[in-house]
Design a protein around this ligand. Sequence first.
Ligand SMILES: NC(=O)C1=CN([C@@H]2O[C@H](COP(=O)(O)OP(=O)(O)OC[C@H]3O[C@@H](n4cnc5c(N)ncnc54)[C@H](OP(=O)(O)O)[C@@H]3O)[C@@H](O)[C@H]2O)C=CC1
Ligand SMILES: CC(C)=CCC[C@@H](C)[C@H]1CC=C2C3=C(CC[C@@]21C)[C@@]1(C)CC[C@H](O)C(C)(C)[C@@H]1CC3
Length: 479
Amino acid sequence: MARGRGRLKILGRGWSLSELSAETGADAARSDPPRHRAHLLGVGVGCVFLTGFCELPTPSGAKTMASPQGSLEFGGPLGAAALMLVLPATMFHLLLVARSGPARLLGPPPYLPGPEALWSPRALQLVLAWLGLQAALYLLPARKVAEGQELKNKSRLRYPINGFQALVVTTLLVGLGVSAGLPLDALPEMLLPLAFAATLTAFVFSLLLYLKALVAPASALAPGGNSGNPIYDFFLGRELNPRISSFDFKYFCELRPGLMAWVLINLALLLKEAELRGSPSLAMWLVNGFQLLYVADALWHEEAVLTTMDITHDGFGFMLAFGDLAWVPFTYSLQAQFLLYHPQPLGLPMASVICLINAIGYYVFRGANSQKNTFRKNPSDPRVADLETIPTATGRQLLVSGWWGMVRHPNYLGDLIMALAWSLPCGVSHLLPYFYLLYFTALLVHREARDEQQCLQKYGLAWREYCKRVPYRILPYVY
Ligand SMILES: NC(=O)C1=CN([C@@H]2O[C@H](COP(=O)(O)OP(=O)(O)OC[C@H]3O[C@@H](n4cnc5c(N)ncnc54)[C@H](OP(=O)(O)O)[C@@H]3O)[C@@H](O)[C@H]2O)C=CC1
Ligand SMILES: CC(C)=CCC[C@@H](C)[C@H]1CC=C2C3=C(CC[C@@]21C)[C@@]1(C)CC[C@H](O)C(C)(C)[C@@H]1CC3
């Protein structure tokens, strides 16, 4: 099947963009008996179980703390262990299925990749070089230094606000690289080994973070993630704001390497499509444009991330390290991956409707997030001073009109509307491009429940009053 200058080659169990017809080592590896890989998986699972479920004593010198909820989140150690296997497995499943002919979300993967298809020293070098570049940009002088929320010891950490600047410099560097012959269009063929290298990096990084937390003072530990169970604590993360000098690992990872890698992968998929079919499709343009807007917006409003529960409440462990470094770039680019292998016709009228849906979603998302951030920074700011509020015993107030009087999480609603707009350009013939919408709904429903729990603890009766005044959580009159 040949179109444009490039060629899509069917590999029987999947699609390859390779121009070479010779069977590569990776291809050959696919015919390995799955028995061997099942054995390896078994050994991996065994290790996790051995180290985590024997209720090992708390590592010497470690300070343990009960979760403020009194119970463990994410299903405790068993849930955490399951998630540590299921999340990477899901990511690899999606990467394999997106390039397969049938592209069935719920079917089996087209083949089980062998070690040769996953492991590539070059991919690991690329991942480490990318992290190094982003770390260097993080250290550049910032236009502003922001203070985080007050910590247990009453101090506040300082954070550089130069994420957008890093995005601009990265764009310039990538542009220069591509015009000098950097083969960005080779990236789509490397997604599997890159995702594996990113997962490995996240795992090793989480291990180092876990060890670092053993010597951290008690005041530096997160409210969750310090149960004493190594599996659970490794997953959730023990230290709240792990740093070396002024370099904050969690803040760095949350916004920069993963989000920027996501749009870079999208761009590589767009370039590859242009090479194969003469020009990128309208659907590919929309997906690239919408997601670039989302990432640029996050970096432009970088300071706002300092009030999210990831920064203020959650420790930095495998969940966030893997989420930031591997899950975001390799699964959030799923729609663009799908479109490269399954081109979808999209007319202008439908494209306009989809743009409108994305614009509505963005309007709600940005409006709600900015209203809360403005209010939290300065309640007498003229843009929010007229809004109705409920006082709380902590001295802080809760908004009960404006966006936050419509539902208790209007920002989630806007985000979900955008998620729908990102899937629609992929048509309705496959469920696969709607994975993000389904996963994101589950993530936000769970996140909303965690946040409610935390707010109830923080604000007590005032929160109950807020729930009475604003009865719906995310979708008015439905949920
Ligand atoms: N794309 C992705 O993968 C993800 C995106 N997101 C997005 O990140 C953004 C941030 O989400 P998240 O950190 O979960 O939570 P929110 O930004 O919704 O923050 C929740 C906090 O806001 C404060 N708050 C709640 N209600 C009120 C009110 N009525 N008045 C004033 N303050 C209130 C409380 O904190 P306090 O009172 O202490 O200020 C509460 O803990 C969202 O837009 C979400 O959609 C989130 C997760 C994943
Ligand atoms: C399934 C899994 C591995 C879970 C880990 C969850 C993480 C992927 C997400 C937790 C909170 C996130 C946020 C964003 C990206 C996804 C993660 C890391 C975010 C940076 C996306 C851009 C937004 O504008 C945001 C800055 C508000 C947002 C913050 C939370």
